[in-house]
Design a protein. Structure first.
Length: 115
């Protein structure tokens, strides 16, 4: 169950990162396309957009590194626990497998009963 939510979070995070990359590229293209506009307001707006874009990229980079570090830390803690307590880990995995088996069996039974 937790794996599914982790996968969904990973997919959402990857989608967000990809969307920000696309947005960044689009803004950079827009800035290049409007470079020929030389009014003071256009130049001022371009500078503000470039600064905002840089800030957003920096923040995204920091968030990405924090998430990566927390993920590595969680992996290290879990790995350490499993290595220190292998039989407990086997017991937990067996219990989760047993509960999932009961859930799937009950679901299959209820589906057959409805037919």
């Amino acid at each position: 169950m937790s794996t599914n939510s982790n996968q969904n979070a990973s997919v959402s995070r990857d989608k967000l990162v990809e969307d920000v990359k696309v947005l960044t590229k689009d803004v950079q293209d827009l800035l290049k396309a409007t470079a020929s506009v030389v009014t003071d307001k256009a130049a001022e707006a371009r500078v503000r957009v470039e600064e905002s874009l840089k800030v957003a990229q920096d923040k995204l980079s920091v968030v990405h590194e924090n998430v990566r570090a927390k993920g590595q830390e969680a992996f290290a803690v879990t790995d350490g626990y499993v290595r220190d307590n292998p039989w407990n880990a086997v017991g937990i995995a067996a219990g989760i497998g047993f509960l999932l088996g009961i859930g799937f069996s009950a679901g299959a039974f209820l589906r057959r009963r409805d037919d």
